[in-house]
Design a protein around this ligand. Sequence first.
Ligand code: ATP
Ligand code: MG
Length: 611
Amino acid sequence: MPTAGASGAPEQTQALKTSNFLRQIIEHDLAQGTYASRRWAGSPGDAAHHAAGQPDPARIRTRFPPEPNGYLHVGHAKSICLNFGLARDYAGVCHLRFDDTNPEKEDQEYVNSIIDAVKWLGFDWAQIGQVQGSAAPYQASDYFGFMYRAAEHLIEAGHAYVDEQSPEEMRIHRGDFGKPGANSPFRSRTPAENLARFREMKDGQHPDGAMVLRAKIDMAAPNINMRDPAIYRIRHAEHHHTGKAWCVYPMYTFAHPIEDALEQITHSICTLEFEDQRPFYDWLMERLIEGGLLASPPPRQYEFARLNLTYVVTSKRKLAQLVNEKRVSGWDDPRMPTIVGLRRRGYTPQSLQLFAERIGVTKSDSWIDYGTLEGCLREDLENKAHRGMAVLDPIKLVMTNWAAAFGHDDYTETCTQPTLPHSAIAEGQTPPPERSFKIGKEVWIEREDFEEIAPKGYKRLFPGNVVRLKGGYVVECTGCVRDAAGQVIEVHAKVIPGTKSGTPGADSVKAKAAITWVGVADGVQAEVRLYDRLFADAHPDAGGKDFLQALNPDSLKVVRAYVEPSLAAALPDQKFQFERFGYFVADRADHVAGSKPVFNRAVSLKDSWGK
Ligand code: ATP
Ligand code: MG
């Protein structure tokens, strides 16, 4: 059994790959040669990259189709890893496609952030199985011309009509579950009348909402999605890509299958809420193949259960509310489940890939414990993150016999420690150079590492006890100094010469414990942001609850810490294990190497939220 966290994560995820229903479907299609005969039709989807009539050498094609109307979150990461991962594993191609059919809500800022997120996660659509093709993502708006022609074709073939009922009338006539709908009075218009009206819509002769184009299917269908769904609507709006070229825009349910077909997608994978749309997807494909607009075989839609993660909300609206109401510092606040937030928190692409692989894909909704996500990060960083010491709640330890032991009070000595533990070094790999730091008369230690009267079982500093300063000397605690208010402000000890770690005398005195510390001589002050879960409730928005009430008041605590020089020199985004505390990352935005260290806690060493 390969153990996760062994070395590089890409091999890891390969090794952990388990079968699932999607893999079975793909393997079946490959064995049957379902898509082997495909030829490029010279359609707008690939006209730029593939000549008409050429076979498509990719064995399968999947796609990730975000709407550029917000930042991607951990749920999207699951979908990205799934779609790109399947293409990678079956020598196929995965398209990044912007589903930009909704001009009012979309923006170039989101387009750019989505491109960044997918690349950062480790998927380069220009490389994954791409035989020919460009690095430019696909975009639905490139197909508006084709979609319009497809709509005219449906009208001409008697499969669509322009409905001038008010939205309210349409709603009433739709019926509901268990009650069939009623035909619109406009349903029996001739194709010629419908075509004329639709062209008026396109030419801007009618205001928004005055009429819609509807597919003509069956107002009594048990599946409400088949009751003459709207397929085109009027929107006098400027589109971030096509500008003012159009004032009619296709509805998502109509546009999406066409996008898939034009790009020769084979397996169109979406979340379960689209299951009821599948009959319309298939209906539309059949009509357009019948009409000679598309070639067979059509793409097929498959649904999987979306990611639900405890302690997290993923609704775009709620995430936007957190940002707009300044409950968090922005979309990339390290507590946000957005990909930019996770990245700033210290998550790695490999940890998210591992997470996606581990949770798998199923056909029924379930909850994934937040601890699973954290566990994947620990696993990924365990063997990668350089070790270092930081003191998060500092108090000074003074070695009162320093001058007597070493000649003078300013004397310092260099200590060295491994940057990675022996267990993290793979066979044949050279360990990174050791880190070094200085010990002197005064060092910073954790306030909790001293007790004047030791509680039962306490092994750290108390008067008379002998403790090792990790990587340095053994000391014997002699007492403390208190201020007027009785607060301990300094701990006193005697250094025991000849006991330095790594020297022959290291074991000459038995220490009860080893504590972490940072030298006053070379320690650097740092801002450390101790992040925790954003919500204190595992299901912050379940059952109509106000999710803002579930915010964890302790999700961020900022402390003034001291870090050893190797940590202060970190590059932004570099991850470390602060010994005994957990994994930390030098903040991408605010950390300045050397002069202004800022670290975020990515995840503690152990899960303190256990069941
Ligand atoms: P919207 O409500 O705006 O549609 P969305 O989160 O579905 O929001 P899209 O941009 O449509 O956003 O999503 C792109 C893709 O990501 C879709 O294929 C969708 O199925 C998938 N996706 C979205 N949320 C999740 C989730 N929680 N788990 C898995 N996949 C998801
Ligand atoms: Mg969606």
